[in-house]
Design a protein around this ligand. Structure first.
Ligand code: UDP
Length: 245
């Protein structure tokens, strides 16, 4: 794979898991899938992927369509509501697969819930085989269990495939010492250990997910999804955002 990175210090990551919230597929304030937003994120990922010598896997959330706790509204029970959220991640994964293939990168969707007319079931060895063949692998269906989030799914899959890093693209520039949306003086943290992040209850990822990364020594890098070029920088090993190690 050719390297086209403008970065002087380019150190391509070997195996990467990129976690995107479902919000990556919409314009702010809207829900569902916005085709233009989908095209843009797919092109950015495809460009970043071509640049690095990495094996790329993706976990995409479903919150743009359905979030179990938020959207059940006391009418749909939690388990069914979470199951609907997991189905939402499959819808998003199929959309991203099409858009990535349109952008020229072969992609496979592996799901943790059985829906085999639409996507292959998740089998670790199968995922590794796809990566060997230069395909991007999208893990859909979350963990396959209610009461979890796609952050936990990302931490789980990253641990299972021995990812070198979990890249979490978010709405803000990284991890702050307090909520930057509420506190204008919140300070961006550049590096922090997992243990400190857990102890300080910094709200950038759920604690179960972070604990799994700690246990399996998967570093996490948090950066702003909306800053153009950030995915490429992160894939090429640049210090963008916050590193949790
Ligand atoms: N979900 C679940 N188990 C999982 C992953 C996800 O039940 O392992 C459900 C849960 O209801 C969640 C929804 O799917 O709210 C969408 O996932 P998430 O909220 O993590 O999406 P994101 O915020 O990343 O778009």
């Amino acid at each position: 794979m050719e390297t086209c990175c403008p970065s002087k210090n380019c150190q391509p990551k070997k195996r990467v898991l990129l976690k995107l919230s479902g919000e990556a597929l919409i314009n702010e304030g809207h829900r569902g899938i916005n085709p233009q937003a989908l095209k843009e994120i797919a092109e950015e990922i495809a460009d970043a992927y071509r640049c690095g010598n990495c094996e790329l896997t993706i976990v995409l959330g479903g919150g743009n369509i359905w979030r179990g706790v938020r959207d059940g509204g006391g009418v749909i029970d939690r388990v069914n509501s979470d199951n609907m959220g997991m189905l939402a991640t499959v819808i998003n994964a199929l959309a991203l697969q099409s858009a990535l293939e349109e952008a020229g990168v072969p992609t496979r969707v592996l799901t943790s819930i059985n829906i085999y007319q639409l996507a292959e079931p998740f089998v670790r060895r199968k995922a590794l085989r796809h990566l060997e063949k230069g395909r991007i692998v999208i893990f859909a269906g979350g963990t396959g269990n209610p009461f979890f989030t796609t952050d936990s799914a990302a931490a789980l899959r990253a641990s299972e495939i021995n990812a070198d890093v979990l890249l979490k693209a978010t709405q803000v520039d990284g991890v702050y010492d307090s909520d930057p949306k509420k506190n204008p003086n919140a300070k961006l943290i550049h590096k922090i250990t997992y243990k400190e992040a857990i102890a300080r209850q910094l709200q950038f990822m759920d604690t179960a997910a972070l604990a799994l990364c700690l246990e399996n020594k998967v570093p996490v890098q948090v950066f702003n999804l909306h800053t153009k070029g950030n995915i490429k920088k992160a894939l090429c090993g640049e210090d963008v955002g916050t590193i949790i190690y």
